[in-house]
Ligand binder design. Structure first.
Ligand SMILES: Cc1ncc(COP(=O)(O)O)c(C=O)c1O
Length: 452
């Protein structure tokens, strides 16, 4: 048996893939990736593909970046892991200093206390627990609820799902989840309030105001994905909504949690999405691009005000009782320091505007297609929403897997993308060359033609 067959068989027998119907998977010829270089990854058959999904939205500077490879190798030669429970390590200290400075430069000088974990979901769990316990220490034990948006995605652990709002992912688990007040998402193409965008005066924000007015004394924090509800279908917020959420949190004296797991590290064209509207949350969650897409690492960053509320005598039990085995892992932190170094040396965000312009122009070109209902982007995050009927906005039934059909077509042409239902997602590494981006968009365009 050749090695490819052997691996396929082992995979089929022993691996349960995430977000995957394994019955379909069993029937597929699985893509087994063995190598990467820049924005391309290679499978076992030696075929190269453009990594148009950034290996699930994490890759920033490309694969096999010399600086990242060397930083990790150098750290391996010192130590690969030691715990942050009761001791410190050099890379996590260096990174914390760099992140605090980066947040300061991005207008979030108040965010200085960095709590490490391993992935986006744990960063959110930490934020929720921190916000909840903060109020306990302030002597306010009635704040047991959160506000989140419909269509939100904050991860797959129980707390993160509790503040999520995507029925297909979350409804099964609803009996296990804690109560959260929901507010409408600013999904202008399919406004749940039936309002006409632009002229609506952001009626969805008013609805959030109503929820807060009625329940603010029960609420610990409002959690949002600033500017882009990513997994919800690349929903781009109208200008002012984020500022409006901050304004409401201030008015009712609530904490604001910004989940920038998907939007952080240059994705929206700025280092952080909050920068676009000069908003500083009380807690920010970061992961995905933090290590350039190399290793699992996350941070939850809080203000001094929150941190100080946890200070007390040992016997007061004000300690934040949370931590993971690999919290502050030195390899991940060394990769993250190197990743930030590349941002600085190459001015990664400064080089984005021509790529974003190209993306925008191509999307506009696709918007006249009879089965493209909406195109939207912020920075290098984009969604193309396919519809059965453009006039009525009737979606394709989700079982038809139209997004997947386009992805399948793209894969045959050497481009890897991953849809969100009927939304074709464009999410390449920030380092993608303009001609590769153009080719990716050509393939997507042809795929939409072919499939619809
Ligand atoms: C905004 C947001 N928060 C949290 C998460 C969860 O991150 P992870 O998959 O690393 O747990 C994601 C993942 O896509 C995300 O987009």
């Amino acid at each position: 048996m050749d090695d490819k067959k052997r691996l396929q068989e082992l995979d089929r027998r022993f691996i349960w893939h995430p977000f995957t119907q394994m019955k379909d998977w069993q029937a597929e010829d699985p893509l087994i990736i063995t190598e990467g270089n820049g924005c391309f990854i290679r499978d076992r058959d030696g075929r190269w593909y453009l990594d148009g999904v950034s290996s699930l939205w994490v890759n920033i500077h490309g694969h096999r970046r010399r600086e990242l490879d060397e930083a990790i190798k150098a750290q391996i030669d010192r130590i690969s892991h030691s715990t942050l429970l009761g001791m410190a390590n050099a890379p996590s200290i260096e990174l914390a200093g760099r992140l605090a400075e980066l947040l300061r430069q991005s207008g979030m000088a108040g965010l200085t206390k960095i709590f490490y974990s391993d992935n986006g979901s744990t960063a959110v769990e930490v934020a929720l627990k921190m916000a909840f316990q903060y109020w306990r220490h302030r002597g306010d034990s009635g704040r047991n609820a959160f506000v989140s948006l419909n269509n939100a995605y904050h991860g797959d652990t129980l707390g993160a799902m509790s503040v999520g709002g995507i029925p297909i992912f979350h409804d099964t688990f609803r009996p296990l989840l804690f109560h959260t007040f929901k507010a409408p998402a600013p999904y202008c193409y399919r406004c749940e309030l039936g309002a006409e965008p632009v002229h609506c005066g952001m009626a969805c924000l008013e609805k959030m105001d109503n929820v807060l007015q009625e329940h603010h004394q029960e609420i610990a924090a409002v959690i949002v994905e600033p500017l882009v509800q990513a997994a919800g279908g690349m929903i781009i917020w109208p200008e002012g909504f984020l500022r409006g959420v901050r304004g409401l949190c201030d008015r009712y004296g609530l904490l604001m949690i910004a989940d920038e797991v998907a939007t952080g590290f240059g994705r929206t064209g700025r280092m952080f999405a909050c920068e676009h509207e000069a908003v500083a949350p009380d807690i920010i969650c970061l992961s995905k691009g933090i290590t350039g897409g190399y290793l699992p690492l996350a941070v939850t960053v809080a203000t001094d005000n929150i941190y100080n509320a946890f200070l007390g005598e040992f016997s007061e039990l004000k300690t934040f009782f949370h931590g993971h085995s690999y919290t502050g892992n030195p390899l991940g932190c060394a990769a993250a320091v190197a990743c930030l170094g590349i941002f600085e040396q190459e001015d990664t965000t400064g080089r984005l505007p021509p790529k974003i312009k190209l993306l925008r122009e191509r999307l506009e070109g696709m918007s006249s297609h009879p089965h493209v209902g909406d195109v939207r982007n912020k920075g290098l995050m984009a969604g193309i929403e396919l519809v059965r009927d453009k006039k009525t906005k009737e979606p394709y039934p989700w079982e038809r897997k139209m997004g997947w059909e386009v992805s399948r077509y793209a894969r045959e042409k050497g481009v890897l993308i991953r849809p969100l239902g009927n939304v074709v997602v464009v999410m390449p590494p920030l380092s993608i060359a303009e001609d590769d981006l153009a080719r990716m968009l050509d393939v997507i365009h042809d795929g939409i033609e072919a499939v619809t």
